[in-house]
Design a protein around this ligand. Structure first.
Ligand SMILES: CC(C)(COP(=O)(O)OP(=O)(O)OC[C@H]1O[C@@H](n2cnc3c(N)ncnc32)[C@H](O)[C@@H]1OP(=O)(O)O)[C@@H](O)C(=O)NCCC(=O)NCCS
Length: 180
């Protein structure tokens, strides 16, 4: 674990912090090649939206939002979405086999390059493996070279799948997980 950083799952009552971190993420200078929503779209959501989002991410086997905390501040986040077979993912692609995807990856600028992303992705891998899944996937914009480099260091490799989403050309990367 990175010194001074604790990674844990959000709690349902932390919806305001979930909202604020998401708005910070989509306001990042690189947001156009990182996130599928805009600050305007996120700010338009009402309290009920954020309460549900936090509650859904806090418990159960479908969604887990992980946050990295440094001295009480939330400095990063990553969310795992488990997609059942037969559903459609957020990019409109059909899911043929139950799959776990990492989405909403963000580390605050003043905490980058310090291993926060490694700790978040390790926690995401651990949570996913605890469900019996053996693979964790994510999508990354082809121009988001910093994120790609971080993902490679954290054990993700390109799967060869490429596609175009609403933010442009993306590639899929995957990390193999040890069965638990
Ligand atoms: C993506 C993100 C989570 C990565 O976390 P981070 O703390 O910045 O990552 P690190 O600094 O540990 O690693 C970045 C890697 O990219 C390299 N790098 C840094 N700047 C770079 C750049 N401009 N272009 C290419 N590679 C770059 C670093 O050298 C490092 O690689 P290395 O370990 O092989 O040396 C963070 O930058 C972020 O939140 N970015 C904005 C949101 C985003 O892009 N999210 C991902 C959506 S898929």
């Amino acid at each position: 674990m990175t010194e001074g950083i604790e990674v844990r799952r959000v709690r349902a009552d932390e919806w305001e912090r979930v909202r604020d971190l998401r708005i910070a993420a989509v306001t990042d200078p690189n947001a156009a090649i990182a996130f599928l929503t805009t600050p305007e779209q996120e700010r338009a959501h009402d309290e009920a939206h954020w309460r549900k989002r936090a509650a859904d991410a806090a418990s159960g086997d479908a969604t887990a939002q992980l946050i990295a905390e440094a001295e009480g501040d939330w400095v990063g986040t990553a969310t795992v979405l488990v997609r059942p077979a037969g559903t459609t993912d957020h990019t409109g692609r059909t899911v043929y086999h139950r799959r776990a995807d990492v989405v909403g990856v963000f580390v605050r600028a003043d905490h980058r390059g310090q291993g926060v992303i490694d700790a978040l992705l390790d926690a995401a891998a651990g949570w996913t493996a605890s469900l019996g899944l053996t693979r964790l996937t994510l999508d990354v914009h082809t121009q988001n070279t910093r994120a790609q480099a971080a993902y490679r260091r954290c054990g993700f490799v390109p799967t060869g799948v490429t596609f175009t989403s609403t933010i442009g050309p993306e590639l899929e990367m995957a990390r193999s997980l040890s069965p638990q």
